[in-house]
Design a protein around this ligand. Structure first.
Ligand code: C5P
Length: 209
């Protein structure tokens, strides 16, 4: 049996994580931030002092990842995100993590998964696919405000450059590049509040559910 699946993809800092969490709470579904599984591999590699291009080590590390044990706070560091996007180009690492994510997606009554390749690779049969974007400048501005509000000294220029670099790495890779699924609804949140994005998403989902 398969529950109801909402697949959400989009670039870094697009707001897809916040949207996914809110939708999961609203519809009573389980939520999985798939970026955390790539971050867990990156984090373990950094901690072990492993070279991020050591494919055998990354593959072994990916096998050990337990989705239920991932700690958002530990994995949220910028350096961990960077490491994640580097090991995410390794095809075998992706295969292992995708299997775990698919198993999660079968939970009942249903699930919301967010990432880069949910609608295209992990759950191509999902009845609802959303592709959430915003301009790089708007995404950098949101990340900047988030850091300032946490009391972190932030540099807008550096954040924008990092976001563009991350986009490039995620969109230009061979295996499962970030792109909208053919049947995804595009949600450009450049000029939308999170409230407006949430309402727009609910309108789409209510039509299908
Ligand atoms: O979304 P988040 O910033 O946590 O993701 C970290 C990195 O993990 C991304 O930049 C991307 O390279 C990788 N990732 C991926 N596929 C996913 C989720 C994340 O390749 N489904």
């Amino acid at each position: 049996t398969q529950g109801f699946v909402i697949a959400i993809d989009g670039p870094a800092a697009s707001g897809k994580g916040t949207l996914a969490r809110r939708l999961a709470a609203h519809y009573g579904l389980h939520h999985l931030d798939t970026g955390l599984s790539y971050r867990a591999v990156g984090h373990a590699m950094l901690k072990a002092g492993s070279d991020l291009s050591d494919e055998m080590q990354a593959i072994a590390t990916a096998r050990d990842v337990e989705l239920a044990a991932l700690d958002r706070d530990v994995l949220s560091a910028h350096a961990v995100g960077e490491a994640a996007s580097k090991i995410a180009v390794i095809a075998q690492v992706r295969r292992i993590l995708v299997e775990k994510q698919r198993a999660f997606s079968r939970k009942l009554p249903g699930t919301v998964l967010d990432g880069r390749d949910i609608g295209t690779v992990v759950c191509p049969e999902a009845p609802v696919k959303l592709y959430v974007t915003a301009s790089a400048e708007v995404r950098a501005q949101r990340r900047y405000e988030e850091e300032i509000s946490k009391g972190i000294v932030a540099d807008f220029g550096r954040i924008l450059a990092d976001i563009k670099l991350r986009d490039e790495r995620d969109m230009d890779r061979q295996d499962s590049p970030l792109k909208p699924a053919q049947d995804a609804y595009l949600l450009d949140t450049s000029k939308m509040s999170i409230e407006a994005a949430f309402s727009a998403a609910c309108a789409i989902i209510d039509r299908v559910m």
